[in-house]
Design a protein around this ligand. Sequence first.
Ligand code: B12
Length: 275
Amino acid sequence: MTTASAGQSLSGPERASQHSDQDRKIVRPYGDTTGDGRVQLSFTLPVPYGTSEQRARAEGAALQLAAKMGMDPAMVVHAKGMGPDFTFFIVYGRVAHLVDLSEVIVAEREFPLLPAAEINLRIRSALGRKLVVVGACIGTDAHTVGIDAILNVKGHAGEKGLEYYREMRIVNLGAQVAVPDLVARARAEQADAVLVSQVVTQRDAHLHNTKEMSAAFREALPAEKRPLLVVGGPRFDEMMTAELGVDRIFGRGTTPREVASYLVNALITTKQKAA
Ligand code: B12
């Protein structure tokens, strides 16, 4: 996950890095020829696209938005009615904005990627029992493909999922799990880590649900008994751990071995170093 904005303060300084001065490089987007500033933007407006007059008005509305966003010149390269009252647009145009690469903030992986054998070995020698992981999609979210990609033995992106690790015990609760049920099950299973997936972001549901979940665990369990709280999904900002009350956030393209390595680092290596 990468976030960028001029003068933005770092919310996760221990994991964030900026390029040094020697990397300072200004770039601009291009579409047809290098540096021409051309970008393509898609959006939907609540306007009809039926009659020729409606079409002209709709495209005019799209161009007005593009102009207000700083695209000049801009042209509608695709417009399609979506039902009677909406139109989807793709607008192509030029922006004058520059990108300063030295101001790009990147969340860096704070733990080493370990091979599966090493992960199993570390768990066995440190815990002397299986590491228990409880996973779920919470709230009304039924998008289980992401959490299954991490947990199910078949895995993701050529890597086996956490079920493959013989020193882990995985309890996958599936879709639409209510937060109180998740807390109760995590307690019953004596979970070391709870992995929650949130894919739907309408009205910031992923943020509200995650906050509700972390608050419920904090209320139900004292700090030393609380499982590690991990949330993942394609539209999270990985820098928001403190705000959401979780230990780690994983975004788009996460692989199971990254998660397994993180769990070992957070639950075993970090504690061993602190002891
Ligand atoms: C498949 C799909 C569905 C399937 C889900 C089937 C299932 N069992 O999961 C079905 C058809 C049921 C569905 C339904 C809906 N969907 Co849908 N769906 C998708 C789709 C096409 C793909 C999602 C997917 O499987 N991605 C593949 C997985 C592997 O990727 P991932 O989820 O990002 O997971 C990776 C990482 O994010 C991360 N990760 C994810 N979770 C976790 C958790 C942890 C702990 C960790 C460590 C990592 C991690 O690791 C994974 C592997 O790298 C997306 C569009 C898209 N192309 O993304 C829309 C999409 C997510 N759906 C959307 C919508 C709106 C809906 C519906 C509301 C539609 C409707 N009106 O009914 C319903 C909602 C149902 C519900 N109650 O949740 C929207 C969400 C928009 C938004 N802003 O929130 C999307 C983006 C489509 C769109 N462009 O509009 N959907």
